[in-house]
Design a protein around this ligand. Structure first.
Ligand code: ZN
Length: 360
């Protein structure tokens, strides 16, 4: 069953066949995911706050169970392209960094297991859709709307999650992809604490308090394209109301973060302390980066967004309309609580002993 946008107000009470809000909350409790027990919608229905609506033909899958529709991955990267739409298969675009990274993955040894993989076997509870980076060795490749911050247009700027690191000066070549893989992407690699030699690549802590990824891959599905435009505006509006600044292009971190991590001169312990401090400072600054990204799967749940934070979580939301954006900003970004009705799943959102995803 699909329903049109006129019926979207029912969305907060529908979780797909066989899953009630209470059952979902019980599952989240069992793996210690901090969530908000509030309505996802702050405006009345029908809306009187001027939020933009999806077109009448905009159909959303309200039947299937959305929670659990995210498959574990070890890392996800977002590559600079300066575009908001891409070839259907981004890894088929000739001479793109996405294609080169895909080539490197194909030729990587298969037996590598991620650092810390033993944690999984020790975990008693398992809820589909809630995972840690160590649960998988898979790399998810996305294109992003940001332009490279390099002076050389042949060098890309790549965001790496959940590490929350930005790698700059990555040549758009097979050698560039190999260097990036060795420095930041191979499952056996820890990006932090920083090491001094990574070829010509530079790494930085992403100079924003959160990164909001909006799926906008028109050539895959027009719904995400429509949703991304509306949600981008709604997020900007709401965030600014809450005193945040919003960027859609990456400001060069030289101005905010100082030197790249490779240039840190201290001992390993001192450098670790320095990066921890940088993460904590940036987390408190109310600076948001909103990017469009290529297909992540699940267009039928449009609008789709993923929210990454310096604390290392990645929250996947679906069935998002402009009416839910205010709650996402106040509850998820400011309070560090997920909104169960919108939740597709998330990385590192299981936080035993924490009241909030914003805890360290
Ligand atoms: Zn509204």
């Amino acid at each position: 069953m699909t329903i049109n946008s006129n019926d979207l107000h029912f969305k907060n009470s529908i979780f797909g066949a066989g899953l009630t809000l209470e059952a979902l909350q019980t599952q989240l409790d069992s793996v210690s995911v901090p969530y908000a027990d509030v309505d996802c919608r702050t405006c009345p229905n029908p809306c009187d706050e001027g939020h933009e609506s999806y077109p009448n033909k905009f159909s959303v899958d309200m039947e299937s169970t959305m929670f659990g529709s995210v498959k574990p991955y070890h890392r996800q990267i977002v590559i600079s392209t300066g575009k908001m739409d891409w070839d259907r298969e981004i890894t088929s675009t000739k001479n793109s960094l996405a294609a080169h990274v895909q080539h490197v993955i194909h030729n990587a040894p298969m037996s590598v297991s991620p650092a810390g993989a033993e944690i999984k076997s020790k975990r008693v509870n398992h809820v589909s859709g809630v995972f840690n980076s160590s649960d998988s060795s898979k790399l998810s490749i996305l294109n992003g709307s940001h332009h490279t911050i390099s002076d050389n247009p042949e060098y890309e700027t790549v965001l790496v999650f959940p590490d929350y690191i930005m790698v700059t000066e990555v040549p758009r070549s097979l050698d560039g992809a190999k260097a990036l893989w060795d420095a930041a992407l191979a499952p056996s690699v820890s990006i932090l604490p920083p090491v001094h030699e990574k070829g010509n690549l530079s790494s930085w802590i992403i100079p924003y308090s959160c990164v909001i990824l909006l799926c906008s891959h028109k050539r895959r599905d027009n719904r995400c394209h429509i949703a991304a435009a509306q949600l981008g505006q709604a997020f900007t509006h709401s965030l600014e109301d809450h005193g945040w600044t919003v960027d859609t292009e990456i400001e060069h971190p030289l101005h905010t973060m100082g030197l790249p991590l490779e240039k840190l001169q201290g001992t390993e312990a001192e450098n670790e302390e320095c990066t921890t401090r940088q993460f904590q400072e940036i987390a408190s600054e109310k600076r948001a980066l909103i990017l469009r990204n290529s297909h992540t799967g699940g267009h039928r749940y449009a609008g789709n967004c993923i929210i990454y934070t310096p604390q290392g979580s990645g929250v996947w939301y679906g069935r998002v309309s402009t009416h839910e954006v205010e709650s996402i900003v106040s509850q998820t970004l400011e309070e560090g609580l997920v909104l169960p009705p919108l939740l597709r799943g998330g990385m590192n959102i299981s936080r035993p002993g924490c009241m909030s995803l914003n805890d360290w």
